[in-house]
Design a protein around this ligand. Structure first.
Ligand SMILES: Cc1ncc(COP(=O)(O)O)c(C=O)c1O
Length: 421
């Protein structure tokens, strides 16, 4: 079996009817502007430009972040000042406020793994101090908080298409403030780049259907992973290209409700099935209503060995993020982040997975921590009915009952919502 980290691109998506424009899909309230970019980082560059933040200014960003996300600010010469986050990745507002100074123009809030940050309180703080709020919804497509969609609170918000959908790239900037409109990017992304990313998506589909991937075997070398982490965390990029026509067309065929229900079902399954496994601590204590989980993040001691174990069994578990991927100086400023970067591991929950993949993940994690339990993936068999662990058998026929309780607001996209920026 192969359990991919990202949703594979099934050919059937090309033949689905076009449901909705990507603009309406992502921002079903009434934002003042929605702009498609080639990546989420490019959309963030657009947000900084729209908010007229320049090299004379400073922004507050979380110290726990993928280093390349700061690329757009660096490209514009904007100073980034870090703030800390706790083990639940939540910022402490009383720590943030004293950091605001005369050159601070915005705060970047990340809704990590789809779980909302304290967005209403942060918007109040920004309004009080006369600065902008930028919501980073790269992981938080279709999420809500306090009954409002994520991305509708900030003066500007950014989304990543490729993280949630099987598309070859794309990011979206949403502007909720009428005084900050932005000129749309004019040039298309390089065709070669789009085709390469499309090829990888299709390959992912073939590998998932075949139940085998060379990727997990390669990644199960710890040294290889480290080198890759170092290479991936570059901060340069072309931030001026628009969303490709192909990503636009594929995104418009996505069924938002199916995506959310499927992600919640996978998360709930993993949460319930790993609850009693000693050594696994879910990062978030529960799955609140309105959350569309990007993945299942957990804390484990001896994380690298568990990651090797899972990769050797075809499960693409990831580290979000390795110490080498954090912004320069972040760990020196906040050594407490070590408790996150050394112990975090995330399991996929995307809509491309089936219950047999959920079973395989929970069984493999369990067999790592409880050596006496069956290791059903040795070598892994693609037929879920062959997974013989007694634990798995109790849940294999039937989804956990809570899976059927969907707290995603059905009809989210039925009409455009009224939300003021
Ligand atoms: C929180 C966050 N924001 C933005 C980005 C950039 O997204 P993209 O790679 O789609 O440009 C990432 C990428 O990992 C991310 O994790």
């Amino acid at each position: 079996m192969y359990v991919p980290a990202e949703p594979p691109l099934a050919l059937s998506l090309f033949f689905r009817p076009c449901r909705i424009t990507p603009e309406e899909l992502i921002a079903p309230w009434r934002p003042h502007q929605v702009v498609g970019f080639a990546s989420c980082n490019a959309a963030l560059w657009g947000a900084l430009r729209a908010l007229r933040i320049t090299s004379a200014d400073s922004i507050l960003v979380p110290a726990y972040l993928f280093r390349s996300v700061l690329g757009p600010a660096r490209a514009l010469g904007i100073e980034c000042q870090y703030y800390d986050v706790g083990l639940d990745l939540s910022p402490d507002l009383s720590e943030i406020e004293p950091k605001i100074h005369s050159r601070t123009r915005a705060i970047l809030l990340v809704h990590y793994f789809g779980f909302p940050g304290p967005v209403a309180a942060l918007r109040d703080l920004c309004d009080r101090r006369g600065i902008a709020l930028i919501e980073d919804c790269a992981h938080a497509m279709f999420g809500t908080a306090g009954g409002r969609p994520l991305g509708s609170y900030g003066h500007a918000s950014v989304f990543s298409l490729k993280k949630s959908f099987p598309v070859p790239g794309g990011g979206v900037l949403v502007v909720n403030d009428p005084s900050r409109l932005f000129e749309e990017p004019r040039h298309s992304p390089k065709v070669a780049t789009t085709m390469r990313l499309l090829g990888l998506r299709l390959l992912n589909y073939v590998e998932t259907s075949a139940g085998q991937s060379a990727k997990t075997a390669l990644l199960s070398s710890h040294d290889f992973r480290r080198q890759l982490a170092r290479r991936r965390s570059g901060v340069s990029g072309d931030y001026t290209a628009r969303l490709s026509a192909l990503s636009r067309a594929l995104a418009s065929r996505v069924d938002a409700e199916q995506v959310v229900q499927s992600r919640r079902a996978a998360y709930t399954y993993l949460e319930e099935s790993l609850e009693s496994v000693p050594g696994v601590t879910p990062m978030f204590p529960s799955l609140p209503p309105g959350v569309s989980p990007f993945c299942f993040p957990m804390y484990v001691d001896d994380r690298d060995s568990l990651q090797d174990w899972l990769l050797r069994r075809g499960i693409h578990a990831r580290v979000y993020w390795d110490a080498a991927e954090l912004p320069k100086g972040a760990l020196d400023a906040f050594p407490g982040l070590r408790r996150i970067v050394d112990r975090i591991l995330v399991l996929p929950t995307h809509q491309g997975l089936q219950p047999k993949h959920w079973l395989a993940m929970s069984s493999a994690v369990r067999s790592f921590f409880v050596p006496s339990s069956d290791d059903p993936l040795k070598p892994i068999d693609d037929d879920a009915s062959n997974l013989e662990s007694p634990f798995v058998r109790t849940v294999s026929g039937k989804l956990p009952t809570s899976v059927t309780r969907c707290s995603f607001p059905i009809g989210y996209h039925a009409s455009r919502m009224e939300v003021c920026g």
